[in-house]
Design a protein around this ligand. Structure first.
Ligand SMILES: [Zn+2]
Ligand SMILES: [Zn+2]
Length: 260
């Protein structure tokens, strides 16, 4: 069984204590380590609150490098660096091994950040591998991961995770596009960015009606509406979305856990 925990339902707006985009996927099988999708504002504190040890997270997937989605990568690297160099006797600190994934351009972004945080010469004390993805498909433990480019301002990915016969999909930031449609087919849990209300068309984002249509056409079982901008917080997003999609629609709060 997979379990998704919403670390941050929000956007770049500081509103209602909502964290920036960050999602924790736990897979419930012994030996599998938790996976993160995006690390927006508040991610580290939310993980601490949940009792999830960042040092044991082996994989972080980034949809794109917009600051609201990636801003806590720097605090994570700094924290891991501190622990591995200043607390070397703790056996957990010797085993830090983190794999990072992002779209085209992610390596350059990471290298710049790494240099600013750690300097060019200083050894990190832990292993970080950095991977750029496009339309890729690979396995992590018993999970099948698929990535597809989606349409946003700059390079952005959506992700699909399959375990046994269950499917979780995260759209990233995107307009309605072929990439997100392909990823979403028959999703048990479809996590969509739902930036804007009905009638508002913004390239690189979706509105409530588009989210509903996408979920309907994909035959999704449950739909999560996240990443709502203030215009969408001011309306009944669920009601608008339900004009198209008659399945289960979840408007989450931070730290809500959803079993898949
Ligand atoms: Zn973005
Ligand atoms: Zn965003």
């Amino acid at each position: 069984m997979m379990r998704l925990t919403i670390l941050g339902k929000g956007t770049l707006y500081p509103r209602n204590n909502a964290g920036g985009p960050g999602y924790l996927l736990e897979t419930g099988k012994i030996g599998n380590s938790p996976i993160l999708f995006d690390t927006g504002l508040g991610t580290l504190h939310k993980l601490a609150k949940l009792g999830v040890d960042v040092r044991k997270i082996r994989h972080i997937f980034y949809t794109h490098t917009h600051n609201d989605h990636i801003c806590e990568l720097a605090p994570i690297l700094w924290y891991l660096k501190f622990l591995s160099s200043h607390r070397p006797k703790d056996p957990v600190n010797k085993e830090i091994n983190i794999n990072l994934y992002g779209p085209k351009g992610f390596k350059e972004y990471f290298n710049d950040l790494w240099f600013k945080i750690l300097g060019s010469e200083e050894p990190a004390g832990f292993i970080a591998s950095v991977n750029e993805l496009e339309s890729d498909e690979f396995a992590i433990d018993d999970l099948r991961i698929k990535s597809r480019p989606v349409v946003h301002k700059g390079d952005c990915l959506g992700f699909r995770v399959e375990q046994d016969d269950k499917v979780f999909v995260y759209s990233g930031d995107t307009s309605m596009c072929e990439g997100v449609k392909k990823l979403s087919a028959d999703a048990d849990l479809l996590l969509l960015e739902c930036a804007f209300p009905k009638g508002t068309e913004v390239i690189g984002h979706m509105n409530t009606i588009e989210c509903g249509k996408l979920a309907k056409d994909a035959h999704a079982k449950r739909l999560v509406l996240a990443h709502r901008y203030p215009e969408t917080l001011a309306i009944d997003a669920k009601k608008e979305c339900a004009e198209e999609f008659d399945g289960d629609i979840i408007v989450p709060e931070d730290l809500m856990a959803i079993d898949i």
